[in-house]
Design a protein around this ligand. Structure first.
Ligand code: GLY
Ligand code: MN
Ligand code: MN
Length: 451
C-alpha cells in the first residue's frame, strides 16, 4: 500500500529499458524481409505547435522508435541491406551549444553512432546532398507513403534529383513499396523486453483505476477523477496517457469518445472510465464502469453482468489458432442473448444475430491490437480472412453495452446507461495471459473495493 490514502498498490519500479541490441536485431530482421538491393527510409516525428510558440510534448513516431530508440525529432533513419560501409545510416540534428543551453542535450551525429549503433550518422543539414547518393542504384524504395505530405515531397525531390542525372548514367529506383506491411507485421509480435514494458504500463493503469474507484463520490467532477488517474500515471514515471482519457458519468457513457470530462457525477449514475497510461512509448488501455455511489442499482447490475459475461465468453476464445473474429462473435452472442432475456430485444436469437440487432447497443468491435500505439499496427484480415491468433500478440478485450438516452425502442428506465469493461491480454502458447491483473472486474468486486 502506498502512503496516499492507502488506495493503491505501487507497481514494481525500475523496469529495465529495452536493450540496444534488440533494436539492432529488429533492423536486421526488417532488412532480411526486404527485397534485395532495396533501401528503407523512416522519418522521426516532428514537433507540433500547440499554440503560438508553444509545442505539444514530443512523442517519437512509433515505427521510428521501434527501429532506432533515437529520441529526437526530425531525424531520418535509412536502412541499406548489404551496404559495405554500414547498413544503418542516421541523419540527425547537429550539436548546437546555444540550443542546448535552452533545450538540453542534443545527441549529435558522433554520439548517434556510439550510443545508438548507427553505422554512419550525418547532420540533417547534409541530407539533400547525401541521401540521393544512397538511394541511387537501389532498385526499390520502402517508405510509408501518405503520412506526411511534406516528407512525401522530399522523397520525390531526392528521387527526381537522381532522375535528372539519368542521362549521365545515374540509375533512379524503379519501384516504391509501402514499408508498413513488413514493419507492422514485425511489430505485431511482442518480444520479452516489450512485454516487460507493456506489463508495467498495465500495472500502473490498474493502480490508477483502483485509485479512481476509491476516490469517487457523488458531486465531484469528471475531471477530478481524470486527475486521480493522471496523478497515479505520473508518479510511476508514465508521464502521458496513451490516449485522451474518457471519464463519462451517466448518459455521457453512451458517447463513445466522450473526452470533455467536465460534468458533475450524480448519485445513482454509473461512471465509465476508459484511460490508460503510456510507459516508455508502450500503451495500456483499460475501461471500468462503476456506480458513482458505490452500489449498482438492480437494472445497472443486470446490464453489467451481461457485459461481464460477454467479456468472459470472449476470453474463452483467446488461444493460438482461434481466429480473431471468434472472440467478437462470442461477445455478440452473449449480448444479444442478454438483451433478449431482459426483453430489450425481441424476436428469434438467430434472426437478431443475422440482422445485427445488437449494433444499436454494441457498436464497436471486441478489441484491437495494443503495443507502441494504443490501436496498434498489424493486419486483422490478411488476404481477406480473419487472422488466426498467435503467441506474442497483445490485444484488448472490451465488449460494451450502451443504451442511448434517446433509444425509444427500450423502456425509459433502461435508457442513458453505458457500460464497457476493457482489459489487456497477451496471447500465449496455451491461451492467454491477463496483463491488467488485480483490478476489480465483477460488480461484487467493484462494490467491495469502493465500500
Ligand atoms: N481507448 C480507446 C479504445 O478503447 O479503443
Ligand atoms: Mn481499447
Ligand atoms: Mn479503451
Amino acid at each position: 500500500m502506498t502512503a496516499d490514502q492507502g488506495t493503491t498498490e505501487a507497481p514494481r519500479r525500475g523496469v529495465s529499458t529495452i536493450p540496444r541490441g534488440e533494436f539492432h536485431r529488429r533492423r536486421r530482421q526488417l532488412m532480411g524481409m526486404m527485397e534485395p538491393n532495396a533501401i528503407a527510409i523512416v522519418p522521426a516525428a516532428r514537433l507540433a505547435i500547440r499554440s503560438r510558440d508553444t509545442e505539444y510534448a514530443f512523442r517519437q513516431d512509433s515505427d521510428f522508435h521501434y527501429l532506432t530508440a533515437f529520441p529526437e525529432p526530425d531525424a531520418v533513419a535509412v536502412l541499406l541491406p548489404g551496404r559495405e560501409h554500414g547498413e544503418y545510416v542516421l541523419f540527425c540534428h547537429e550539436k548546437d551549444p546555444v540550443q542546448e543551453l535552452w533545450l538540453g542535450e542534443r545527441i549529435g551525429a558522433e554520439a548517434a553512432c556510439e550510443r545508438f549503433a548507427a553505422d554512419d550518422a550525418f547532420p540533417l543539414s547534409d541530407i539533400d546532398d547525401i541521401l540521393p547518393g544512397l538511394i541511387e542504384g537501389r532498385g526499390r524504395v520502402y517508405y510509408s507513403m501518405g503520412r506526411s505530405p511534406d516528407f512525401d515531397a522530399r522523397i520525390m525531390a531526392w528521387v527526381n534529383s537522381i532522375r535528372a542525372r539519368e542521362a549521365s548514367g545515374a540509375t533512379p529506383p524503379g519501384e516504391f513499396t509501402d514499408l508498413d506491411h513488413l514493419l507492422h507485421e514485425q511489430r505485431l509480435f511482442k518480444s520479452a523486453a516489450e512485454l516487460r514494458q507493456l506489463r508495467h504500463a498495465a500495472a500502473v493503469s490498474v493502480a490508477a483505476h483502483r485509485r479512481a474507484m476509491r476516490q469517487c463520490r457523488p458531486g465531484i467532477y469528471e475531471y477530478q477523477l481524470e486527475a486521480e488517474m493522471l496523478h497515479e500515471f505520473s508518479r510511476h514515471g508514465a508521464r502521458c496517457a496513451a490516449y485522451p482519457s474518457i471519464v463519462a458519468g451517466g448518459d455521457n457513457a453512451c458517447t463513445m469518445h466522450y473526452t470533455a470530462n467536465e460534468q458533475r457525477l450524480k448519485s445513482g449514475d454509473l461512471v465509465l472510465i476508459d484511460a490508460g497510461c503510456e510507459y516508455r512509448c508502450y500503451a495500456s488501455d483499460i475501461t471500468r464502469t462503476f456506480p458513482v455511489s458505490g452500489r449498482f442499482s438492480r437494472r445497472q447490475r443486470k446490464l453489467y453482468d451481461i457485459v461481464l459475461a460477454a467479456q468472459e465468453a470472449a476470453f474463452e476464445r483467446l488461444a493460438p489458432g482461434q481466429d480473431w473474429d471468434a472472440a467478437h462473435r462470442a461477445s455478440v452472442e452473449v449480448i444479444t442473448h442478454g438483451l433478449l432475456e431482459l426483453g430489450l430485444l425481441k424476436g428469434s436469437f438467430r434472426k437478431l444475430i443475422d440482422d445485427g440487432a445488437y449494433r444499436d447497443f454494441y457498436m464497436h468491435r471486441v478489441g484491437h491490437w495494443l503495443g507502441l500505439d494504443v490501436h496498434d499496427v498489424g493486419d486483422y484480415r490478411p488476404g481477406g480472412e480473419w487472422r488466426e491468433l498467435e503467441a506474442g500478440m497483445v490485444l484488448t478485450v472490451e465488449p460494451g453495452l450502451y443504451i442511448a438516452p434517446d433509444n425509444e425502442s427500450v423502456p425509459a428506465p433502461w435508457r442513458g446507461i453505458g457500460i464497457r469493461i476493457e482489459d489487456d491480454v497477451l496471447i500465449t502458447d496455451r491461451g492467454y495471459e491477463l496483463l491488467t491483473k488485480g483490478l476489480p472486474r465483477s460488480a461484487d468486486e467493484i462494490e467491495e473495493w469502493m465500500a
